[in-house]
Structure formats: structure tokens, C-alpha cells
Design a protein around this ligand. Structure first.
Ligand SMILES: [Zn+2]
Ligand SMILES: [Zn+2]
Ligand SMILES: [Zn+2]
Length: 515
């Protein structure tokens, strides 16, 4: 069970052994206020125990157009402290564990429905040609790595004894690094590492992905022997991808790519025609990854004598491509850990986990945009990551490179793309999942027959206009006791969900490594 952040304890009393202090005086203050703890708990539950809810003052009125009668249906003044709470809704776990957990569950459903069906997606998608691919960045200089081969850990960077780089540093690292060694991802020689090249690659990764999806269709058409127009009539490439930061600070993409039959805009359940096999899909992806490039901005090359730097003229994928065929094994296969067997649920859980992360795992200061050069010195991150951030700041200020958005995305090491994206027909949508959840809550609150719109909001009666007037009153909790209680309740809710999730039945799915 997670503990609330320590900074909340203002007026505090030591809690149980190992626990953080309980802000007793502040809890008493909440109990004294109108509505007491009971009303506050109802409000907190209403926002799913969000850690930083938005506080709104105002309310919603219903105006009857015939009688002219105006009736208040929601009044912030009746809420604890006279404000209505609204969940912050972030996807980032470091900002709000409660809202990120909701996002992660939605991402899980989204991924899983595309793998095995459900949530309005036909189960037959499970039988479509489908691969799980990890697209990586190229090398920008050797970094400390853990290499596992056949169950044993190989030396990090074997090189000849006495082999030194131009900075006089040894090129070799004979360590067999542990999985949690903090040096993993750090360059062997920081001066050899191309920090500018790395952040430019991060900035252009979304464009590289976009071009790859286009090129993939071109290769598919050629491999099957149809025109590109004909390909569009026969098949659709559906995908879902999630971005993740590697320890060396470069983005990589995990993606599920699926081939569906095209049937005049029908659902995703149509099987692709003969010839569009999973082997053809895998071959087309490999070919596209090897061939696709993005030209880097011409302003990237500058210098002249001595101190110049010439960036890569073309951005491309790294040589490492992890591609696995997804095939369903119905029967009593189970979902063992060994043999590369992954259930749809496990793969969905794996991808959903990345969907709630960004750069925060590198350390403090990267959870929001950097606004001035002065903030660069105050980052609580390893030197390697700090150098990536500084490279963003430096390049981002150069004429001709502002279009890359490197300063705006310096806290993301240059990456300005989305973390979870999908093609339209891969699966259901976040919007549909949120609407379903809202509808379920509203039916529970107002009865099963309550009329709802497509987003799950309660529709007003005929002839009634909704007049909503809200004003921003701040964000976060005003009492340390409130924040402490919300954190406790959120942790408890997560634990209950975890237990329920482990009992979830799953469709067995097998990942087959392709040479
Ligand atoms: Zn939140
Ligand atoms: Zn090493
Ligand atoms: Zn060096």
C-alpha cells in the first residue's frame, strides 16, 4: 500500500511504524467544517481520489423555455468549502497516481480489444495477421548496456585493452552490469556521445513513424503484387503504438500492427484476403524500417573550422528491430512466463504501463516544460540526462531549428509526440471508454432509465436548457489533511483493483520470435 507524500505532514503526529506522520490537526479542521468528513469523502470519491483536483465555483441551472422557470441542479456552494472538485485527468503517474490509474486501465482496454476483441471490437480480430514490434533509435555513442545471452550476462563493451577514444578514455567496459545498475544507459565517454544528434532524433521520431506507416503500405502492395489503390481496397493496416524512453534518453516505440480486410468502411472484423499473411506483414515492416528516412533541417549543419558540428543529414531507425508474430493459441495453453508466451492481457498490461510514463523516471524537474536557461542548473537528473536537456535548449535557440520545438520539449528530451497513438480502426477509443464509464456512473446515480448523450452525460428534459457557469478557483487540496486522506483512499482503491485484476481471465496468446 502506497504512502502519501511526506510534505503533507504540517501539524503532525507519528503514525504507525514505518508510516508517514498523520496531519491530525488538519484532519480535525476538516471535521469541523460544514458537511464534515462525510461530505468531503463523497466529493473525494467523486473525483476518484485525484491528487490534484481542480476546484470550481459556480453551478449548473436548468432553464425551462416554456415556463421560464430556472432551477439549480448543481450548486458548488453546497459542496465542502463551496467548491466543486474536478479530477485533474492526467495520464502521468508521477503527477497523480489516481488519474493515471484510470488512464492506464483505459489504455489496457484499448490495447486488449485490438488484440482479442471486446468493447465493440469483434473477437475475430484475434485471427488477423498481427505483429508486436519495437522500433528503436540508432546509436549516438556507446552506452553501458546489460547484454543477456542464453541466460548469462555478457560483458558490457568488450574492446581491446589499451584502446582509448580521442578524449583519452578507455573504450572498453568489461562489467557484467546488474539490471538495476544506475550506470546503465550512461555513455562510456560522454564527450563521444552525440547529444545534439540524439535530441534531434527524438524530435523527428514522430515524423519517422508517420513516414514508416505510409511506406509500409507501399511495400505491402509490392510484395503482394497489387497497385497501391488496389491495396487500399483490400486491406487496412491498423496499429497501436506506445512511446517509451530508453535509459540512454532516446525514445522508442512499441507497436501492435494488424492487417484487417477492408470492406467498405465496415468494422475491423473482416479477414484480409489470401496473400496478406503475417509473414508478408513482418517482411514489409522490416523492409520499411530499413528504408525510411526523414531529412534533418539544413540548419543542423554548421561550423566551419574547428568547433563545427554536422548533424545527421537523414534520420532513420536503429538497426535493432524486435519483431514478434502474435498468434492465438486456443485451448489449455495458459499464460506462462516462459517460452515467450504472452497473453493478450499481459501484452496489454505491458503497453498500458508505458502509457502513463514519460521522463519523470530520470529524476526531478522534468515533469513540466523548462521556461528559462536558469532552470537547467536546477534539474535533479543524472548528468547524461541534463546534457540532453541542455542540447535541446542550445539547438532550440538556433535560427532555422525552432520548428523542431526543442525548447518547448526540452523536458521530454526533444520528443514532442504523443505517448499513445492508434489508427482509427485498431480498437475502441479513449473517448468511448470514458463515455461508457460516465454512463455507468450516471445510471447508478440516477437510475437505469436516465437519458444520456453519446458521452454519457445526463440529457436534460425536453424543452430545458442547461446553463452551466463555472469559475476556476484553484487546483489541489487546500488542507493537508484532505491530500493525506485522498492519497490513503487512492492507494486502497488501487490495491483492491490490483487483486481484482489478477483474477481476470485472459485469452492465451503466443509471441513467436522471428529470426
Ligand atoms: Zn488527478
Ligand atoms: Zn558498462
Ligand atoms: Zn571520448
Amino acid at each position: 500500500m502506497g504512502m502519501p507524500p511526506g510534505r503533507l505532514g504540517m501539524t503532525s503526529t507519528p503514525g504507525p511504524a514505518g508510516a508517514l506522520p498523520i496531519p491530525l490537526a488538519e484532519l480535525c479542521e476538516r471535521a469541523r467544517r460544514p458537511g464534515g468528513v462525510g461530505a468531503w469523502l463523497r466529493a473525494g470519491e467523486g473525483v476518484g481520489w485525484c491528487a490534484h483536483p481542480v476546484r470550481l465555483s459556480g453551478g449548473v441551472d436548468h432553464a425551462d423555455s416554456r415556463s421560464g422557470e430556472v432551477r439549480s441542479v448543481v450548486d458548488g456552494a453546497n459542496q465542502p468549502d463551496g467548491v466543486l472538485l474536478k479530477a485533474c485527468g492526467t495520464r502521468r503517474a508521477a503527477r497523480c497516481p489516481a488519474c493515471a490509474a484510470v488512464y492506464r486501465r483505459d489504455a489496457f482496454q484499448l490495447v486488449r480489444a485490438g488484440l482479442a476483441g471486446g468493447k465493440g471490437i469483434p473477437e475475430s480480430v484475434a485471427g488477423h495477421p498481427m505483429v508486436f514490434v519495437t522500433f528503436t533509435a540508432p546509436s549516438f555513442g556507446p552506452v553501458h548496456t546489460r547484454r543477456e545471452r542464453g541466460g548469462t550476462v555478457a560483458p558490457c563493451h568488450p574492446a581491446r585493452l589499451g584502446d582509448h577514444c580521442e578524449h583519452g578514455r578507455r573504450r572498453a567496459c568489461w562489467h557484467r552490469h546488474e539490471g538495476d545498475d544506475p550506470i546503465l544507459g550512461e555513455p562510456i565517454c560522454a564527450d563521444c556521445f552525440d547529444y545534439r544528434g540524439a535530441v534531434v532524433w527524438n524530435a523527428l521520431a514522430p515524423e519517422l513513424w508517420r513516414r514508416t506507416t505510409i511506406y509500409l503500405r507501399r511495400v505491402l502492395a509490392r510484395l503482394v503484387g497489387v497497385s497501391r489503390a488496389e491495396l487500399g481496397r483490400q486491406v487496412r493496416v491498423s496499429y497501436l503504438k506506445v512511446a517509451e524512453f530508453q535509459r540512454r534518453g532516446l525514445v522508442h516505440y512499441h507497436a501492435v500492427v494488424r492487417l484487417d480486410g477492408e470492406a467498405n468502411g465496415a468494422d475491423a472484423g473482416v479477414v484480409a484476403p489470401a496473400g496478406f499473411t503475417v509473414e508478408v506483414l513482418a517482411r514489409a515492416i522490416r523492409e520499411a524500417v530499413g528504408a525510411v528516412t526523414v531529412p534533418s533541417p539544413p540548419a543542423l549543419a554548421w561550423g566551419g573550422a574547428g568547433g563545427g558540428w554536422v548533424g545527421p543529414r537523414l534520420i532513420r531507425w536503429g538497426e535493432q528491430l524486435d519483431l514478434r508474430v502474435l498468434s492465438h493459441e486456443h485451448g489449455d495453453q495458459g499464460e506462462g512466463d516462459g517460452g515467450g508466451e504472452w497473453s493478450a492481457a499481459r501484452l496489454a498490461g505491458y503497453l498500458a504501463k508505458y502509457a502513463t510514463k514519460a521522463t519523470e523516471s530520470f529524476g526531478a524537474g522534468l515533469d513540466r516544460p523548462i521556461r528559462s536557461a536558469g532552470e537547467l542548473g536546477a534539474l535533479g537528473v543524472p548528468e547524461h540526462v541534463a546534457r540532453l536537456v541542455r542540447a535541446c535548449w542550445e539547438l532550440g535557440g538556433r535560427a532555422g531549428l525552432t520548428g523542431l520545438g526543442l525548447r518547448r520539449w526540452a523536458h521530454m528530451l526533444g520528443y514532442g509526440g504523443h505517448f499513445t497513438t492508434k489508427s482509427r480502426r485498431y480498437s475502441t477509443t479513449f473517448r468511448a471508454l470514458r463515455a461508457a464509464r460516465r454512463a455507468w456512473q450516471n445510471r447508478r446515480r440516477h437510475g437505469p432509465a436516465v437519458p444520456l448523450d453519446r458521452d454519457g452525460h445526463v440529457l436534460p428534459p425536453e424543452g430545458v436548457a442547461v446553463v452551466a457557469a463555472w469559475a476556476y478557483a484553484g487546483s489541489g487540496y487546500t488542507l493537508a489533511g484532505d491530500a493525506w486522506l485522498a492519497a490513503q483512499m487512492a492507494a486502497q482503491a488501487r490495491e483492491m483493483r490490483r487483486v481484482a485484476h489478477e483474477e481476470l481471465a485472459s485469452v492465451p496468446l503466443v509471441l513467436v520470435e522471428v529470426a
